[in-house]
Design a protein around this ligand. Structure first.
Ligand code: MG
Ligand code: ZN
Length: 182
């Protein structure tokens, strides 16, 4: 059976976003229903992969030990809901670093394809910012916008990749995904 993947952005999709960055575990607060939604994906046989820009590291706002502590909290809370994230990719570079991994560049998506040894054509990729959708579209993945986080602003600004469905939040997007025959 082929591997079923879903790629998620983190801030504004799983947890509440902040214009001041998520710098500590305390600041990482799950959006209601998001952890349950990930668990539901797992139960349906999906592997869930994170691809997240974390330029706060490159800007010196928090270090790798802190990023790991934040992710420890995420994994722990997720585990309490019976969910798991199979792989976590992050770009720690500052916005002006011109690295290959910061979305909208597709570097993290290329890494995901390599890690799972598969193409990403049609793989659902859920984000709240245009750059999430652009990175997904560049790899032939299926971009999906949620209105949480920066999603409302992203939707209002327009210019989404063609055929980008829009959902209220991760729970609604997952509910739709799982309602489709597969
Ligand atoms: Mg985001
Ligand atoms: Zn990077």
């Amino acid at each position: 059976m082929p591997t079923k993947l879903v790629i998620l952005d983190r801030d504004g999709v799983i947890n509440y976003d902040s214009d001041h960055f998520i710098k500590t575990p305390d600041e990482w607060k799950p959006i209601p229903g998001s952890l349950e939604a990930i668990a539901r994906l797992n139960q349906a046989g999906y592997r869930v992969v994170l691809a997240t820009n974390q330029s706060g590291v490159g800007r010196g706002l928090f270090d790798m030990a802190m990023l790991n502590a934040i992710h420890d909290k995420m994994h722990k809370l997720l585990g309490q809901h019976g969910g798991r994230i199979d792989a976590l990719f992050y770009c720690p570079h500052a916005a002006d670093s011109k690295c290959a991994c910061r979305k909208p560049s597709p570097g993290m998506f290329e890494e995901i394809a390599k890690r799972f040894n598969m193409g990403l054509e049609g793989v659902p990729a859920i984000g709240d910012s245009l750059r999430d959708l652009q990175a997904a579209a560049a790899m032939g993945a299926q971009p999906i916008l949620v209105k949480t986080g920066k999603g409302e602003k992203t939707l209002a600004a327009g210019g989404l990749p063609e055929n980008t469905p829009v959902f209220d939040d991760l729970a609604a997007a997952v509910k739709h995904l799982l309602s489709q025959a597969s």
